[in-house]
Design a protein around this ligand. Structure first.
Ligand code: C2E
Ligand code: CA
Ligand code: CA
Length: 529
């Protein structure tokens, strides 16, 4: 379940991790392409303003020049002078001369019709009256921009104002800052451009990307269809998509690495310690003479979130190797108190044996922990036995120190799995132990006439010489029990009596044994003394 959960979450994260960077890069490419296109359009708009301003300034200058002409109005010389001006100035199409508000003659010649000067749209600060769009009555043709000064006016072809070189797809319009459209290039949609001129901005709508520029009373806008973005977009994508793919691969790699780490045995065990997934089963310890239950060995079980139990052989070695065994021992102590506090306080002769790891024996740090957690419970230190395997005695001096300290505090200390390691008699003599647990492998040999079967009786004799209590482990048969009784072994545990039991079942077992095997143990218990 947990595994499935991690895989599910990791897959979801990997999916997001893979798509998000690419989606972000696609978005950035789009934004960059739009920005680049808008910057290009803005440049055109600015160029148009420069162009319009130049044309306008040139026309104004010409207008002032002709106003100073010395010729008699509408004489041939005068008309010729006006014509020269129109021909020489690229922006000017026509020059006209007015008297008393009536057009008298133009660069084309004398005027036949009566054309009156009508007032313009606005007047520039230097006194030039401007009509943004005027239909030329003399020459006919398209609307022109008219500048009027003194008795003269000039007509400007609006195309001259937007006379810049742009791609055919770019549409340009120029107007004044009152929003009046004056000139346009490449047939822009009048509706859109009028709207933009009235409200100049850089942006995008459903069909166009556009940009605006304004200066010196001019407003210019440049617009282009959104399709034009495809090319720059492709360019940006070529650059950014590999970056997105690289980031995606990196993120997915990290997620795979992390989830593999979490899914690794050590990763799982670390999470289990954090989630306090360890429980304790209790294997009854029987006093052989009386048959009563004098205590139990606390044996850890890892209860996975799906309810399955993992046996210690499968995780204790890894826990010891990684140091996780210490917090596990702490959790076991907590569990013992939670499970058996009432029973232990009610029966002071009852003990629980805790398995210590090598590090706990070397450092002794477990002792102060046990002291702290026992204090408020009323459980006596004498009721907690500590089991240490021979591996715990590799650093003999600190181990001895821990044992001395433990016994001072009131605990009994047993050497566990005796005979399976390298410990010699010398070792045992030098350590102030209380009990010796004979490993199951020796008990298994009982009645089997094998080479090691005689070792069992030697171990028993040796323990007696050293004045140690003896606990036989892994007793499975009546025959083994009889042998142990014959040899004066004090205690035993094994499937013959009970398998390791959950707390409730152990408590029931204990009561049942009390009822069926008399009121109290024969052996004077060191622990309860
Ligand atoms: P151990 O300390 O020698 O524990 C005795 C083991 O023998 C237990 O295995 C117990 O269930 C098993 N056993 C007892 N009676 C019989 C029997 O009659 N027949 C058979 N076949 N087996 C029997 P378990 O519970 O699987 O524990 C295995 C080992 O894991 C323990 O050996 C101990 O070294 C370690 N362990 C268990 N709990 C803890 C713990 O809380 N802390 C530490 N550090 N190690 C632990
Ligand atoms: Ca043990
Ligand atoms: Ca053992």
């Amino acid at each position: 379940m947990k595994r499935f959960h991690i895989i599910l979450v990791a897959s979801a994260l990997a999916l997001v991790g893979a798509t998000l960077p690419i989606a972000v890069m696609l978005h950035i490419s789009w934004t960059l392409a739009v920005r680049a296109e808008q910057a290009r359009l803005e440049l055109f708009a600015k160029r148009v303003i420069v162009r319009a301003e130049t044309a306008f300034a040139g026309a104004s200058e010409a207008l002032r020049t002709i106003a100073r002409t010395p010729y008699e109005p509408c004489t041939e010389e005068h008309i010729a002078a006006m014509r020269r001006l129109a021909v020489n100035n690229r922006s000017i199409d026509e020059v006209g001369y007015f008297r008393d508000g009536i057009l008298k003659c133009t660069s084309w010649g004398q005027t036949a019709e009566r054309i009156a000067h009508s007032s313009g749209d606005y007047v520039t600060p230097d006194g030039i009256e401007v009509t943004a769009r005027m239909r030329p009555l003399v020459s006919g043709g398209d609307a022109r921009m008219a500048l009027h000064y003194g008795d003269y006016n000039v007509l400007i072809d609006p195309v001259r104002l937007v006379d810049v070189i742009v791609d055919p797809g770019i549409k340009i319009a120029v107007g004044n800052d009152r929003g009046v459209l004056i000139g346009a290039l490449n047939d822009p949609d009048p509706g859109v451009l009028r709207n933009l001129l009235a409200n100049p901005r850089t942006g995008m709508d459903d069909h166009n990307v556009f940009a605006a520029a304004r200066a010196q009373g001019w407003v210019a806008v440049a617009a282009q269809s959104r399709d034009s973005l495809l090319k720059p977009l492709r360019r940006e994508r070529m650059l950014l998509l590999p970056v997105g793919a690289f980031i995606a691969a990196f993120v997915v790699g990290i997620i795979i690495w992390l989830s593999r780490k979490r899914l690794s045995p050590l990763g799982e065990l670390t999470i289990a310690v954090r989630n306090r997934e360890f429980i304790v089963h209790y294997q009854p310890i029987i006093e052989l003479k009386t048959g009563i239950c004098v205590g139990a060995e606390a044996l850890v079980r890892w209860r996975r979130p799906d309810g399955s139990l993992v046996q210690p052989d499968l995780f204790v070695p890894l826990a010891e190797e990684s140091g996780l065994i210490m917090p596990i021992t702490d959790q076991i102590m907590d569990a013992v108190i939670r499970d058996l506090k009432v029973l232990l306080v009610a029966d002071r002769s009852l003990h629980i044996a805790i398995n210590l790891c090598a590090d706990d024996i070397r450092t002794g740090r477990i002792l102060s922990f046990i002291q702290t957690v026992l204090e408020p419970t009323g459980i006596r230190p004498q009721q907690i036995w500590l089991e240490a395997t021979e591996r715990g005695f590799i650093c003999i001096d600190p181990a001895r120190e821990t044992i001395v300290q433990a016994r001072k505090l009131g605990h009994s200390v047993a050497i566990d799995d005796f005979g399976t390691g390298y410990s010699s008699l010398q070792y045992l003599q030098g350590l102030p132990l209380d009990a010796l647990k004979i490993d199951k492998s020796f008990i298994d040999t009982i009645g089997r006439n094998t080479a090691t079967s005689s070792v069992t009786s030697h171990i028993i004799d040796m323990a007696k010489t050293l004045n140690l209590f003896i606990v036989a482990e892994g007793v499975e048969t009546r025959e083994q029990l009889d042998y142990l009784l014959d040899h004066g072994v004090h205690f035993a545990q094994g499937w013959f009596f009970a398998k390791p039991l959950p707390a409730k079942e152990f408590i029931a077992f204990y009561h049942h044994r009390q009822e069926s095997h008399g009121s109290g143990p024969d052996v004077i218990r060191h622990a309860a003394a």
